[in-house]
Design a protein around this ligand. Structure first.
Ligand SMILES: Nc1ncnc2c1ncn2[C@@H]1O[C@H](COP(=O)(O)OP(=O)(O)OP(=O)(O)O)[C@@H](O)[C@H]1O
Ligand SMILES: [Mg+2]
Length: 255
């Protein structure tokens, strides 16, 4: 079985990488989970997983004619398989984003849940591909009306490629009494998976190079992420069918 989720947002810095790893670790209690830093231009998942020094990354897999195997860029960390991406401009420039299709197709054959940490804006081929490839999208937004509006644009774009909304994650929430959650519940095609509070412990996790659920497993934000993961209701897609779909996905030029 396999289901692929893109963790996406309109704006940058909303907490996609934090959320990808928190959902991944929560789901890893039950499933075989693979997380991929599909933000190939502005990769930062490696800093959240202590993989700053990883010598082989997704960039190496995306070079045309590469001799690097997917397994060489896959690291066992925090109970998950983690495929980090490099941060150099040269690595990004040498990479062919369309090759992400073959990489995720290969990973799909060997995991239950594939989480694609996605770029923020829908501005280029590499930015939109994770959303196009995924079965469902988790939209991470801060609880403001402009941020919801951006998140809805991501949902609309995803839908145009047949990618449903798994749910919306409200992150960096300061005031739970606000009616933003109610509005989000009405406008998004999936449930509000969680309201995750703005918290120093989340920043501290990043600084320590560990996912939140490893750094502070009993903290309130960690509890909220586990609730969110439980609401995801993972589907058991046929691995081969999903891989075939990845391989043949049409790569849009720009949205
Ligand atoms: N709930 C939270 N409370 C406080 N800080 C948070 C919270 N969630 C994320 N952050 C912090 O906000 C910053 C951005 O988070 P993260 O890197 O997960 O976002 P992102 O959407 O992946 O960003 P980018 O668009 O740059 O890839 C990090 O410093 C992170 O520690
Ligand atoms: Mg990120």
């Amino acid at each position: 079985m396999v289901e692929a989720f893109a963790v996406a947002s309109g704006k940058g810095g909303t907490g996609k990488t934090t959320s990808t790893l928190a959902l991944g670790m929560a789901l890893a209690d039950e499933y075989d989970v693979t997380v991929v830093d599909a933000d190939t231009g502005m990769a930062n998942l490696l800093f959240h997983t202590g993989l700053d020094d990883a010598t082989v990354t997704l960039h190496d897999l995306l070079v045309e004619g590469t001799a690097t195997n997917v397994s060489e860029a896959t690291y066992d960390r925090f109970g998950m398989s983690v495929v980090p991406c490099g941060t150099s401009l040269a690595g990004f420039e040498a990479a062919d984003p369309a090759r992400l299709r073959e990489v995720v197709a290969e990973l799909a054959g060997d995991t239950d849940v594939l989480l694609l940490d996605s770029p923020a804006a829908l501005s280029s081929k590499s930015a939109v591909l994770p959303v196009v490839l995924a079965d469902r999208v988790v939209v991470v937004v801060e609880p403001t009306i402009p941020a919801l509006s951006d998140g809805l644009k991501v949902q609309e774009y995803a839908r145009s490629y047949g990618t449903e909304t798994a749910g919306v994650l409200l992150n960096k929430v300061r005031d739970e009494s606000a009616d933003v959650a109610e509005q989000a519940g009405r406008h998004f095609g999936g449930p509000v998976l969680a309201s995750v509070p703005e918290s120093d412990v989340v920043r501290a996790a990043r600084r320590s190079g560990m996912p939140l659920l490893a750094h502070a497993p009993d903290s309130e934000p960690a509890v909220r992420y586990r609730d969110a993961a439980a609401r995801l209701d993972v589907r058991d897609g046929d691995g081969e069918a999903v891989a075939a779909r990845f391989k043949s996905a049409v790569v849009p030029d720009t949205p």
